[in-house]
Design a protein around this ligand. Structure first.
Ligand SMILES: [Zn+2]
Length: 321
């Protein structure tokens, strides 16, 4: 795995700075541009025992091999834990951060780097963030923390002040397009448009059942019974449905005010029709409601009832009732 073309420059710069790297880096940037892959790649290169001339990983030494099998003894990745169904818990718990102290106490393999990747860093709650803070205050040897986030504002200022923040570049549209073409996506533009031009999110959309978005949008605009739509979609990830609706409403509003469609250019006829008759104040309220629901969507709610109510509200808004 190589770094993405839009991250090449920053990658080379960091590897050149290797001897003088700070003990905590914070990679911030928009979702879906490959920050986590970048962090892993950087960690692998720093841990490699016979790096290439430019500092990147050789991919064949013992360290590289360990890294690729997720068994490198000097590397830890902290992420929200998964439950028995494989679903991620929302937060990084304090125990996960505390468990680092024994790791930090050990001598590293052949005196190299010790690297801790925290992803997403915004998943730390106040307790775990404070526990991390203590560790960051006492830097040890060649320990490097790499924090990754697309929600910088959710991190404690005290954490931010102890990290060197790196703004991860967003690819230019033609760069993103070329990359997807190379990945074998013949028609990348609609997917890029739907994902806000974040190439990795676009790729996810391609592999995702794209038909279900359109089916959902069609159903909520039809006269089908909301109860049966909610039943049909209650197994679909709620935050995904909310994000479909957020993009859809963004297009309705943007069409109404600026005559522009960003996410669903393929459904422009329907967007123009609905945005013409929708109640604009209710549309704004509905968007706020979606944003709020998105923020709390990891909490347990009755998905079916919630969807049913959402569909009814949407219909009232869309029909200007
Ligand atoms: Zn290597």
């Amino acid at each position: 795995m190589n770094v993405y073309p839009w991250h090449k420059e920053i990658y080379e710069r960091l590897l050149k700075a290797k001897p003088g790297l700070p003990h905590a880096l914070l990679l911030k940037g928009r979702r879906g541009i490959g920050k986590l892959d970048f962090a892993r790649q950087l960690a692998r290169s720093l841990l490699c025992e016979s790096p290439l001339e430019d500092g990147s990983a050789c991919l064949s030494c013992t360290a590289c091999c360990w890294f690729d099998h997720d068994i490198h003894p000097d590397f830890r990745r902290i992420e929200p834990e998964t439950d028995e169904n494989g679903k991620k818990a929302g937060q990084i718990a304090i125990d996960q951060i505390r468990s680092l102290s024994s790791f930090m106490g050990m001598t590293t393999h052949r005196n190299g780097y010790r690297i801790i990747l925290i992803h997403p860093a915004d998943a730390m709650n106040a307790h775990s963030a404070n526990a991390l803070l203590k560790t960051l205050e006492e830097p040890q040897g060649k320990t490097l923390f790499i924090l990754v986030t697309h929600k910088l504002q959710q991190l404690l200022p005290t954490i931010l002040s102890r990290c060197r923040t790196i703004s991860m570049p967003f690819p230019k549209p033609n760069e993103a397009q070329a990359w997807l073409l190379e990945k074998g996506v013949p028609d990348p533009i609609p997917f890029l448009a739907e994902s806000g031009y974040a190439p990795l999110s676009a790729l996810e959309l391609v592999s995702e059942d794209h038909a279900s978005v359109e089916r959902f949008l069609k159903e909520i605009g039809s006269s089908s019974d909301p109860v049966s739509i909610a039943e049909a979609f209650q197994k679909t990830d709620l935050s995904m449905i909310l994000s479909w609706l957020q993009k859809w409403c963004h297009d309705l509003a943007s069409q109404a005010y600026a005559g522009k469609i960003r996410y669903f250019p393929g459904l422009s006829d329907r967007i123009i029709e609905i945005s013409g008759k929708a109640d604009k104040i209710e549309l704004m309220r509905f968007q706020r409601k979606l944003g709020h629901a998105q923020r709390i969507s990891t909490h347990p709610v009755n998905a079916r009832l919630f969807l049913e109510e959402l569909i009814l509200t949407y219909r009232r808004m869309a029909e200007g009732r």
